[in-house]
Design a protein around this ligand. Sequence first.
Ligand SMILES: [Zn+2]
Length: 428
Amino acid sequence: MMNKAITINHPYIIEIGDKARLCADITLEDKVNTLYFEVDNIYKDALCTERSDAFVSALLTTAMENSYDIICETPLSEQLYYQLTEYYMPIVSKHQPYVTEVKITAKLTSDKINSKNGVAVGASGGVDSFYSIIRHKDIDIEGRKITHLLFNNVCTLDNNDERIREWYNKKRKEIQIIADDFGLPLISMYTNMYSFYNFPYKTFSYFFAFTYAACVFALQNLISIYYQSAGFTLDDFDINTRNDAAYFDVFNLKCLSTESIVFYSAGTDKSRMEKVKFIADNRTVQKFLNVCPVEVSGNSNIKDNKINCGECPKCLRTLSELYALDKVDDFAESFSVEVFKRRTQHQLVKMYYLNSKAFSSDIINELKKQKKIKLTYYLWKCLYAPLYHIRSILKNYSVFRKLYYRLNIDILLYGFRNQSMYESYNKE
Ligand SMILES: [Zn+2]
């Protein structure tokens, strides 16, 4: 049977108030929806209408999930087409569930885009992002120095435009302060890419390299180098993973690099702990490091107006890393640190159970080496072991999951609620 096909019509730019949008009408059967990338008007000239690259990168995963072929009206970079069809799709569809190979039809071009040769890195306020910024901000090689920070809404995991816009507008102000602190211009981009994916997301939030790269391709008239912050080291490389496609980002980013843009997996040589160590003395980082997902899609019981709750898995993990470096107090402006300082051993046990083994074992081993694990840690661990074991079993049954939310167990355990996950379970 023939696949259905998505047609990416000619990209065009529209202006709405002080914003400029790179758009393409996407046709599937007889439905037309417009996919857009929106930036402030001052970056209008950065938006690229000469290539389909941004739209192919944005839609490839949903096409591979739903077995839609892709037809482009506007040329596609030849290198991108070659790498996607000869390497990326055959390999990834073989090793990853939910995705299959699809056909891409487009006129190809190997002409280099006449770009301003900008060098960008994603700014999220997180550890990996700060590491990439600080590492490349003053690098000796002139052409590799960062010229712009890029912020977008691709990370939200939500599917409600109003809620994402609200988060985005709040967050971009925080990121603007970071950019100003570093003296770098910030490009903020809003995209409705998520609306082309099946929700609750299986693939949108899994193949992040492509959804982030789409935002960079949209700015091809300006950017020619992009540092994609690595969440894992090359040591962790795993094409068969079921956790996160970022485990094989070195491969993904190689497949995305074209005649006009090079993507690097920045920080792939450093462990998380090494990155925290590298950035922990920077004042901007101490004030604005934001690892807490509470704001991204949650209703929180966040305390004392800090940007990090200090209680959720990610906050606990970062506080534990800072504890290993004797830096907890330096982060008292950005983290709620009181509970962690008062009940350190208890919080370390929670950190251990709420994070994946890969993350938490490294930290605990380091703390053991430093003799910072005390007897009370083991006592708390004995107490919590059966509770967390039961929790991991119950999580897999929908009736228990409903009860889990009805009794607010997520809020009791994590201190926040993942709103989009909550809604998707309620719809079942
Ligand atoms: Zn938190």
